[in-house]
Write a protein that binds this ligand. Structure first.
Ligand code: PSU
Ligand code: MN
Length: 308
């Protein structure tokens, strides 16, 4: 049985010729942001990748195929459907494909598609992680498992403090995933530029990240790589302010009994309500910022000009 994978022709050509390609996920479109900002942001992300000198490939599942490189119309379809699209992580592929449903790939799901298509770089907002209270709920995102076994470099804005950041870093260490702070020694917290937790490596430019990736993968260490890029200063939240909003959202989530795959989307939505739209503004700014950086890294990697 052939793999039901459709790669848009311009992307397939770029990959064959070794030109830089940056993957983009679709759960951020369907579950991460409300309509119409989700569609707008997804298209601006593609533009940001292009301006950075790489080809964007937004990924989703449609009609029983894994599509690498959605058209603008397909992006709008996913955006309009919103949560009617199945949030698709590793465990969900067989179900979504066999039922020919619309599926939006998470970080883990997008990494799986990247491996099949031969894409090495991927930009998103935030990754899933170890949830607060995981010692009771066992809620550890499949994103971390995937990072432990799939060779894709994920550029994100760090780890949200709705998660247990310290445990998330421990887990990534155990699975052998390098976590690079981009121009910072401390793990960025998504909405806020920093956290109290040190990252193992700090690098200053795209060339140095490309060089790390080349050495890591050259040894056959086929894990993912995290590049944690702080939200731009102008759109960052004060750490204490956002922490208050997060606590409130977590309390609401518990009293409403929300869990499993619904936890992250619920929290994002609730925090956006509590901050009167402020968190969405930060979210959009940080994703665009990550797209620009991922394009730069993919370009440096393709050009093979990494500085040791
Ligand atoms: N963080 C965000 N926005 C998102 C997500 C995370 O700020 O949209 C999505 C990503 O697709 C990520 C997923 O892979 O949520 C993690 O979900 P879970 O915790 O259920 O594994
Ligand atoms: Mn989970």
């Amino acid at each position: 049985m052939p793999i039901p994978l459709v790669i848009r022709p311009d992307i397939a050509l770029a990959l064959r010729e070794g030109h830089p390609v940056v993957a983009l996920e679709s759960t951020i479109i369907s579950h991460g942001m409300p309509w119409p900002q989700n569609a707008e942001t997804a298209l601006r992300c593609e533009q940001a990748v292009r301006e950075g000198g790489a080809l964007p490939a937004t990924i989703a599942l449609l009609d029983g195929t894994l599509v690498v490189g959605l058209t603008q119309a397909q992006i709008e379809t996913i955006a309009r459907l919103g949560e009617a699209v199945v949030k698709t992580s590793r465990r969900d592929f067989g179900y979504v494909l066999s039922r020919k449903l619309a599926g939006a790939t998470t970080v883990a799901g997008t990494m799986i598609a990247c491996r099949l298509a031969g894409i090495r770089f991927f930009a998103t907002g935030g990754i899933g992680g170890v949830h607060r209270g995981a010692e009771v709920t066992m809620d550890v995102s499949a994103d971390l498992e995937e990072l432990g076994k799939t060779p894709v470099c994920v550029v994100c804005a760090g780890v949200k403090s709705i998660l247990d950041q310290a445990k998330t870093l421990e887990y990534l260490e155990t699975r052998g995933v390098p976590v690079v702070g981009y121009q910072t020694e401390f793990l960025p917290s998504f909405f806020a530029r920093t956290s109290p937790y040190r990252v193992p490596f700090r690098l200053e430019n795209p060339e140095s990240v490309a060089a790390l990736a080349r050495e890591h993968w050259n040894l056959g260490l086929d894990t993912g790589i995290i590049v944690a890029n702080p939200v731009p200063e102008a759109d960052a939240f004060d750490a204490e302010l956002i922490e208050k909003a997060i606590r409130e959202a977590l309390t609401d989530m518990e009293s409403e009994g929300v869990k499993g795959k619904d936890a992250t989307p619920y929290l994002l939505k609730r925090i956006n309500e509590i901050t009167a739209g402020g968190s969405l503004k930060a979210n959009i700014a940080l994703v665009l910022n990550n797209c620009r950086l991922a394009a730069g890294i993919a370009k440096a990697y393709a050009e093979g000009e990494g500085i040791r």
